[in-house]
Design a protein around this ligand. Sequence first.
Ligand SMILES: Cc1ncc(COP(=O)(O)O)c(C=O)c1O
Length: 400
Amino acid sequence: MDLLSDRLSRIKPSPTIAMTGRAATLRAQGRDIIALSAGEPDFDTPLHVRDAAKAAIDAGHTRYTAVDGTPSLKRAICRKFSRENGLDYTPSQITVGTGGKQILFNALMATLNEGDEVIIPAPYWVSYPDMVLLAGGSPVIVECGLDQGFRLTSHALEAAITPRTKWLILNSPSNPSGTGYDHAALRALTDVLLRHPQVWILTDDIYEHLVFDDFQFATPAQVEPRLKDRTLTMNGVSKAYAMTGWRIGYGAAPEPLIRAMAVLQSQSTSNPCSISQYAAEAALTGPQDYIGQSRLEFQRRRDLVVAGLNACVGIECPVPQGAFYVYPTIRDLIGTTSAAGTPITDDEAFANALLEETGVAVVFGAAFGLSPHFRISYAASDDQLTEAIVRIRRFCEGCA
Ligand SMILES: Cc1ncc(COP(=O)(O)O)c(C=O)c1O
């Protein structure tokens, strides 16, 4: 009898975590590596948040809490939704988990039956299809190419919906493309969804605060209140407050779904870390100027990276509206051979050759369901970004 379950064979390890691990191994071997593969801000968690965590420890908040979040954190999340998104929720419509990742996982595990379909626009965050598969559902991938700004259109959505469709997963701004859906782009989709009452919306708003230029963030339940009773709005503190390691994410949805997700959590991890919950509450209720500062810093780096990549032979890099990623195409490099003799047959070959030959770690587009592209996370220092672009430019010039 096999030790491992059939269920596990449906999924693979996260390619972004794998690439970051490969870069770390090469660095440990003494190679000069610039890792632009990880998806986390390179800033410190704000001081008042760290202080709140220390105070929570000293006050003895070190025990189990309510399974899906303390009442006071849930109230703070309700205030956040009201203040920033114009959405009114009660604490019983809020769930808190160990990162946004657990919220998504709980929602899919709690709702999917064998064969239920989940529409996932590509390029997508690597975990969505695998979470759907693990929960027994069928991912329905809809490719949204560069020519449509990596955005799902109302036509493509309409064509993908069947009587088995249970969820549409939306992520704006997107990991990996940085594409944002403004109010009008969301309205086009919500108009379609109004006609299909069996479809629920899972909106991953984790990059809400990292938006640039004059882009205005919007979220589906705000754009179309008639969809609020079939929307799970997911968010968290990881990206907005540089708190990836604290592991706090949250969701807002109708009470029956929230209760089902809490049952699942009660039989898996129980409550998210008590100290992190106090820290998250301080982040959501304290001064918000940190967000504006990190947004400006990321926008500056985005401009540096987009300009640098567009100056590379064979690369075309669109300008993203948010997050801290760019998703350039290498269409014109496919079929060439690198200076060291590696055939660039696809984007995975490109990313591997780039790492081996120049020490720059990026993630290949196939991992996100749309080729031929690669993703750079520009949550790195100016020096690292500038040097990485020099190396990428040299690598591309060597491809013939
Ligand atoms: C699109 C997207 N959703 C969710 C997450 C998970 O965030 P958390 O750290 O809150 O689990 C990430 C993290 O990389 C992400 O990029």
